[in-house]
Design a protein around this ligand. Structure first.
Ligand SMILES: NC(=O)C1=CN([C@@H]2O[C@H](COP(=O)(O)OP(=O)(O)OC[C@H]3O[C@@H](n4cnc5c(N)ncnc54)[C@H](O)[C@@H]3O)[C@@H](O)[C@H]2O)C=CC1
Ligand SMILES: O=C(O)C(=O)COP(=O)(O)O
Length: 323
């Protein structure tokens, strides 16, 4: 690949300092500016050849169209649903991500939410802080012998499967692309969603957010599940329809939800978060020292590789977003 000239990079979110250090070691000028409003970013972006983001910066078409010099948008993380990849591609801007850097961290948080749901850990901890000693209210159920349905058997889904198998869970799953023999090698039996829904005690989703996955769990699919099924979403807000989830929680069709991601972040609509059977985190799946170090370093090295004309790693096209 021909070398691409990148002299200046704007980092618009909290990215591990290794990112800046590597870029600067390679002669690239770096500016870090967080919490910019859309208009500020539109005004600022003109001056840069590269932009590094996480999930909070919405790189919309109007920002891309204002970016006269931009050649690269680097996502220090996995999901690129906050970047208008079509608009970038039309302008010849390369979008790249670091998809494996935060896999383990997101898988571990998913497991933490599954375990917390089974034993009401956050609710019991809160109750203790309020001065209570309530042993009856927080009666739980073992994960051992229960069925975990994993929708999306990519990097994170498979890591979740192997961890939860060590708790004695039976893991079943669905993925339109991962071959059944690959998931079988991870101990996951693949089947259709129609077969999967009624069997699960727990369901966790690990797909990208794209038209085919919006509202994958909705009123209709909740109705096909076992009464009291518990669900986890550490992937993207909206894969589980939020209004349908509230209704399922209210009726008892859903027995609890562990949520790391929301349609709107931070969420203004509080009915879900305030529900007693919901435990939630402010999009913390990738928020570990290790994941951030990997993602920050990887994105910087990928940008340096571009400058040096090496083979492109981690470039994303709009087809990967299901468009
Ligand atoms: N909460 C957080 O902080 C984090 C969230 N994520 C999110 O987790 C999700 C999964 O990430 P990875 O496992 O790295 O992605 P991946 O690309 O390795 O796996 C996604 C899988 O979903 C499958 N899939 C696509 N459409 C599907 C459908 N309709 N039904 C079932 N499966 C479908 C794909 O075939 C693929 O195997 C992404 O949305 C990513 O953005 C990733 C890291 C951290
Ligand atoms: O990598 C992903 O897809 C994530 O959701 C992590 O988002 P973050 O980098 O923590 O804003």
């Amino acid at each position: 690949m021909a070398p691409i000239s990148i002299k200046s990079v704007l980092i618009s979110e909290s990215v591990d300092p290794r990112c800046r250090a590597i870029l600067e070691e390679n002669g690239i000028r770096v500016t870090e500016k967080q919490n910019m409003k859309k208009d500020e970013l539109i005004a600022e972006i003109k001056d840069y050849d590269g932009l590094v983001v996480r999930s909070a910066t919405k790189v919309t078409a109007d920002i891309i169209n204002a970016a006269d010099n931009l050649k690269i948008i680097g996502r220090a993380g996995t999901g690129v649903d906050n970047v208008d990849v079509d608009a970038a591609t039309k302008k010849g801007i390369i979008v790249m991500n670091t998809p494996s850097g935060n896999t383990i961290s997101a898988a571990e948080l998913t497991c933490a939410l599954l375990m917390s749901l089974s034993r009401n850990v956050p609710q019991a901890a809160m109750s203790m802080k309020q001065g209570n000693w309530d042993r009856k209210k927080f009666m739980g159920a073992e994960l051992f012998g229960k069925v975990l349905g994993i929708v999306g058997l990519g990097r994170i889904g498979k890591e979740v499967a192997s961890r939860m198998q060590s708790f004695g869970m039976r893991t079943i799953g669905y993925d339109p692309i991962t071959p059944p023999e690959v998931s079988a090698s991870w101990g996951v039996e693949q089947m259709s969603l129609e077969q999967l829904w009624p069997q699960c005690d727990y369901i966790t989703v690990h797909t990208p957010l794209m038209p085919s996955t919006v509202g994958l769990l909705n009123d209709e699919t909740f109705a096909k599940c076992k009464k009291g099924v518990k669900v986890v979403n550490c992937a993207r807000g909206g894969i589980i329809d939020e209004a349908a989830l509230v209704r399922a929680l209210e009726s008892g069709q859903c027995g609890g939800a562990g949520l790391d991601v929301f349609v709107e972040e931070p969420p203004k609509e509080r009915s879900l978060i305030n529900h007693p059977n919901v435990i939630s985190c402010p999009h913390l799946g990738a928020s570990t020292k290790e994941a951030q170090a990997r993602c920050g370093e990887d994105i910087a090295l990928q940008i340096v590789d571009m400058v040096q004309g090496k083979k492109l790693v981690g470039a994303v096209s709009s087809t990967q977003q299901g468009k």
